[in-house]
Design a protein around this ligand. Structure first.
Ligand SMILES: Nc1ncnc2c1ncn2[C@@H]1O[C@H](COP(=O)(O)OP(=O)(O)OP(=O)(O)O)[C@@H](O)[C@H]1O
Length: 381
């Protein structure tokens, strides 16, 4: 099946790092886990695979590093057909982080992180330096933690070691299968935030499996929504998946979660905006200003939702309007930037990327229980 696609916001390279072309997997017992799947992952992109349990996310991921062999189609990594690549050589170029962590229990943290560099025959000094660098990168003190064994670490610390180990040989590609799902919500929230920052720095090509739509929204440059049988329903940036579900299935899947409601109840802030393009007041903003003004967005969101007037009317978006209204206005302008007003004065410019950042901010605040305005609005809605 061909999914509806749009281009990612800023692909780092014209050539995809990962390509799946008509890939299928039928297990020996006849189960079709994946049917005719095609998508590309540009270099430097973090793509989240989401969908209900058993829809083929893990199978798809494992076919990329040949832990599972496809029964049809082709998979290319950096232009090379993985079917013709020695699996061991392939896996040294593809970091792999899984929910069960998979650290070697009888090896110290240091030795765990050194696994692939050792296999690659690096000299001891280089390995030592690299291990220390990786542990620091994931927020672990090499001196304090390096000599410990996995059972002497918390779940979150073990998962950090898993990430450090996957990154140690500097692979261009990372596969992550529900890496944070076995960790308590507070530690998971912190790890997600740290991983997002880390990814901005290292810009790996990442395929990240999760069943948690909020996690996908927070982390993904794009989200691929799967349904049973490994069928790809939509692959798009998060704001577009939420704002323009390509199929009824995607609408149901996202609707069953709280993300759309979150969009509706999260106010647009002035600091979400780039500087204004024009200085003067605008006609037509006054009506809306009279209704919305610069009050807290919670009242605005529920007011707008109640009347429906703001979403359908071609009036300027106000600071304090909901992200959902802002998204509707952006989409009405074909996804280009829009001017946002405070009263009848321009307050700034909103781009799709800035809206995505605002959405991430709201998910993070909600998860941490710190977003008083947001959760207040949620209760009200
Ligand atoms: N070795 C196997 N033999 C037969 N069927 C399998 C095998 N591995 C997976 N399956 C089936 O393939 C389908 C897809 O499984 P997969 O693990 O890829 O799904 P998933 O989306 O990752 O699920 P979850 O979110 O529950 O981990 C399921 O119906 C599963 O039962």
């Amino acid at each position: 099946m061909t999914a509806q696609t749009t281009q990612p916001p800023a692909p780092a390279s014209a050539d995809p790092m990962i390509s799946l072309v008509g890939v299928g997997k039928r297990y020996p017992d006849g189960t079709v886990a994946v049917a005719d799947l095609s998508f590309d992952v540009p270099a430097g992109e973090l793509l989240c695979l989401v969908g209900p349990s058993g829809c083929g996310k893990t199978t798809t991921m494992k076919m990329i590093n040949r832990l599972v062999e496809p029964t049809s189609g082709r998979i290319l990594v950096d232009g090379e057909d993985v079917a013709h690549t020695d699996p061991t050589r392939l896996r040294r170029r593809i970091g792999y982080v899984i929910q069960q962590i998979g650290l070697f229990p009888h090896l110290t943290v240091r030795a765990n992180v050194a696994t692939v560099p050792r296999l690659l025959g690096w000299d001891r000094a280089r390995i030592r330096a690299r291990v220390a660098e990786m542990l620091e990168l994931v927020g672990l003190d090499p001196a304090a933690m390096g000599g410990r064994y996995p059972h002497e670490l918390s779940g979150g610390q073990q998962q950090r070691v898993g990430v450090a180990r996957a990154l140690a040989a500097d692979p261009p590609v990372l596969l992550m299968d529900e890496p944070f799902s076995a960790i308590d919500p507070v530690a998971r929230d912190r790890l997600q935030g740290e991983f997002r920052r880390l990814q901005r720095e290292i810009r790996k090509t990442v395929v990240f499996v999760t069943h948690d739509l909020d996690e996908a929204i927070r982390l993904g440059d794009r989200i691929a929504v799967f349904r049973q049988g490994g069928r790809l329903e939509q692959i798009d940036p998060p704001a577009r998946v939420l704002g323009r579900p390509a199929t009824d299935f995607v609408a149901d899947f996202t609707g069953a979660d709280r993300a759309l409601r979150r969009l509706s109840v999260t106010p647009l802030r002035r600091d979400d905006l780039a500087p204004p393009r024009q200085a003067g007041p605008v006609g037509g903003a006054t009506d809306l200003a009279g209704k919305s003004g610069t009050q807290a967005g919670t009242a605005v969101a529920s007011d707008a939702a109640a009347t429906g007037a703001v979403r359908s009317a071609p009036v300027p978006v106000q600071v304090g309007a909901s992200l959902r209204e802002a998204l509707s206005a952006l989409l009405a302008q074909d996804g280009e930037a829009i001017d946002v007003y405070a009263g009848d004065m321009p307050a700034g410019v909103l781009t799709p990327a800035a809206l995505h950042a605002a959405l991430r901010r709201s998910v993070a605040a909600d998860t941490a229980g710190a977003g008083a305005g947001v959760s207040g609005a949620g209760e009200q809605a």
